[in-house]
Each structure stands twice: as C-alpha cells, then as structure tokens.
Design a protein around this ligand. Sequence first.
Ligand SMILES: NC(=O)c1ccc[n+]([C@@H]2O[C@H](COP(=O)([O-])OP(=O)(O)OC[C@H]3O[C@@H](n4cnc5c(N)ncnc54)[C@H](O)[C@@H]3O)[C@@H](O)[C@H]2O)c1
Length: 435
Amino acid sequence: MSSIAVVGTGYVGLTTAASMASLGHSVVGIDIDADKVAKLTAAEVPILEPGLTELVRDGLRQGHLRFSTDHAEAAHVEFVFLCLPTPPAENGRADLTYLLDAARTLSPHLKADTVVINKSTVPVGSCARVQRELGRQDVFVVSNPEFLREGHAVQDCLQPDRLVIGSDDEAAAIRVFSLYRGVVTPLVVTDPATAELTKYAANAFLATKLSFVNSIAAICEEVGADIGDVVLGLGHDKRIGAEFLRPGPGWGGSCFPKDTRALDAIARDAGYDFTLLRETIAVNDEQKHRVVDKVRRLLDGPLEGARIAVWGLTFKAGTDDLRESPSLAVIAELVAAGADVHAHDPTVDPGTDLSRATGIAAVGPDALTIHKDALDAADGAQALVVMTEWDDYRWIDPAELVERMAAPGVVDTRNLLNRSSLARAGCRLLSTGRA
Ligand SMILES: NC(=O)c1ccc[n+]([C@@H]2O[C@H](COP(=O)([O-])OP(=O)(O)OC[C@H]3O[C@@H](n4cnc5c(N)ncnc54)[C@H](O)[C@@H]3O)[C@@H](O)[C@H]2O)c1
C-alpha cells in the first residue's frame, strides 16, 4: 500500500483522502484551515456528504488517515493529490493561485520520484504550470481530474464511471492507477492536455443537457405539453440517456457555472468561438428570471412589499453547498424588486447571514429571514417558490400549507409537490414544463 498526502480537504480532497484510506493507503490530509483540520482530527466532518463521516471515522480509527496543517508532511509520501480551489478569475478564466501557491509551498519538501496528481479542474497546460512552479524535474505531475457529484461524492470516488489519467510518463500513469486497486471501472490513459480538457467537456456537456431540457420545458408550458412525459420519451433513447434530463430552476453549484465560463475562455484563447456553450450559459441565466416572472404571475399585486416564501437554498438536494445556487440568485432578484423573503433549507440554520452570498447586502440585508421550519417560512406568504428538491417538502400536508399562506400559490421549479393534492387543497400551482 502507498503513502499519500492530499492537499486541500474540501469536498474533493476530503472525499479523496477518506476513500484512499479506505482502500488501505496511508493518507495525510493537509489544509491551511486550522479550524477544519482540528475538526477533522476530532472526526467532525464539516460538510454534508452521505457516508463521508463514517469513512473518515474508519480511517482515523484504523490509523490510515490523519490531518495536518503542515505541508512538510508531504516529505514522507510517494503521492501528493492537489485538490485545491480553482475559482473564476477575470474573463471567466480559472484562477490558479491556490494551486500554484500550494505547489511552491510543497516543492522543497517532496522526495525525488514523488507523483503529484492534480484533481482540481484546471485549464489545458496546468500540469506543465504546476511542474514549472515546483521547479523540480525529479517529480512527476499527472492529471487525474475528479468527476464526483456533491451528494454522491463517496460513491462516485469509489465507484467512478471512469478514471482519466493524463501523463507524459507512462510509468507515472501506471503508478497513479495502482492507487485505485480494487476500483473496477473503465480507464482512459492519455496526455495531460486531453485529461484536463475532458473534465471541462464533461461539465459543459452536462450543463448543455440541462439547459436544453429547460428550454424544452419552456416550450411545453406554452404549447400544453408535459415535460415529464417528454423526458421519459427522450430518456428511453439509449443515444440520449435518461440522466441529467430533469428540468429545474437552472443549474448551479461550485462547478458548472465556473467550468462553463472557463471552457468558453479556453475556446476563445484557442481561437474558437464557442457560441453553443455561451447560449447554454445564457439559457441558464434566463431560467432564474423565468422563476421570478412566475412569482409575479401568481401575485395579485406587485412584488414590492410582498411576502414570498422560498423552500430550498442549496443548489440541489443532498448537499449543503450554497455556491452559485440558483435559489440565492432568485432571492436576490425578489429582494431587489422589494419582496420580503422567508426561506427554509434543512441544511441552513436560522441566523445564517446570506446577505453577501445573495448579493442583497446593498439592497436589503434584512429582507431575507431563514426559518427552522418550512411551514413557518410559508406563514402569511403570498407565494411559495420550491427551489431545491428536498424530499422533506414532498411530505408537507398541502392543506396545512394552504392554511398557513396568505394567498395559496406555489411556483414549483422542481415539479416536486403533488399536483392533485395541491389543487384539492385549493392552491394555485405553476410547475416547470407543464401547462
Ligand atoms: N466540489 C465538487 O463537486 C467538485 C467536483 C469535481 C471537481 N471539483 C474541483 O476540485 C477542486 C476543489 O474543489 P472543492 O469543491 O473540493 O473545493 P473546496 O473549496 O471545498 O476545498 C478546497 C480546500 O483547499 C484548502 N486550501 C486552499 N489553499 C490551500 C493550500 N495552499 N494548502 C492546503 N489547503 C488549501 C481550503 O482551505 C479548502 O479546505 C476545484 O478545482 C473544483 O473545480 C470540485
């Protein structure tokens, strides 16, 4: 079994560290966030990810996993995974500051023949940039992009759809593959540029699929077709596939928005005008305005001064990640129009300050209240918007909901609630992709 350092213990890094430990490797997770390291050392997992807490606890108990703030720990390992943020910079390009800073810090500590494996999502040429930043010709830099989905991170890490390893050195690629012993999955071994581009292509394709289905849903609403059945008919076609065809309020999260913008920038730099991708992004921006338009349609009066309930703040169910969540964008637009927003999310505590994340700090920092209970958020509301497909909302009694609201009307962006039960309770409903 091998010795590994995982640098960055966020969604990707922590899952990688715990998964590698579960495969029997000896792993140290390194992070600059001392508070996070202290929590992880005490087996407290600061993110919501099914199965991750158990995996971390097992790793700690068995002595295969530990955490540190000291990059010098990488001096004792054969492999270093880089799982660092690559946020958007100007013009949508990925900001490599975190990655390159970490490379510089690690450089003096690495043993000869160490394999540095980049799991962050990075533009083509980043392996070479990391190699230059390390300033070490005696270590190998390999691309091994991560495809995990938040909410399924452990499963995706241990049972991935495929592994992509990009390396100019075949022996280094084989060494990286050896770490995944016990993981049965197709393997693509290629050069670093191809591996790096594959990750962006995957995310851009999935985002395009979602924007496409959201466009079809918009047409359904106008022509009286039902998106649920359209998607069934589409999904049975093996050439299309049933995954990633659920309409909603628009895609978000920490990856798709930044990765689509980054790929557009990569294309621009390469002299290719990726109009299809920019339309995918534009359709997604429009999708959030469409949600607010529906709220307007439900109200008898103006949005200004109206009390609006929002169920769901995370960008999808099963995660506590609020980054680039469509819900926050919709709330920002509602608040900018003068609405008083009362929200609920099972992963967000009342009192959490989202005024910065929503961008409402300047326009109305007090216009958003977060409740512990979903029905309390709906109290006295003139409209309710269901933004995240949390199962909890599905089981709320429509009669009680109608009772609590001032004017019972729901914009169900996820088609989560039961249509006929709501109708029976006397609630107006605007779904997605249904007349
Ligand atoms: N989150 C996802 O679903 C996902 C999926 C696939 C790929 N990715 C990619 O993986 C990368 C990491 O994403 P994430 O969501 O895990 O990020 P994250 O923000 O959750 O975690 C990053 C961690 O790196 C730490 N860090 C920053 N600088 C450091 C340094 N110099 N040394 C040590 N630690 C440092 C931070 O404290 C943080 O804990 C990004 O490139 C992202 O695009 C993310």
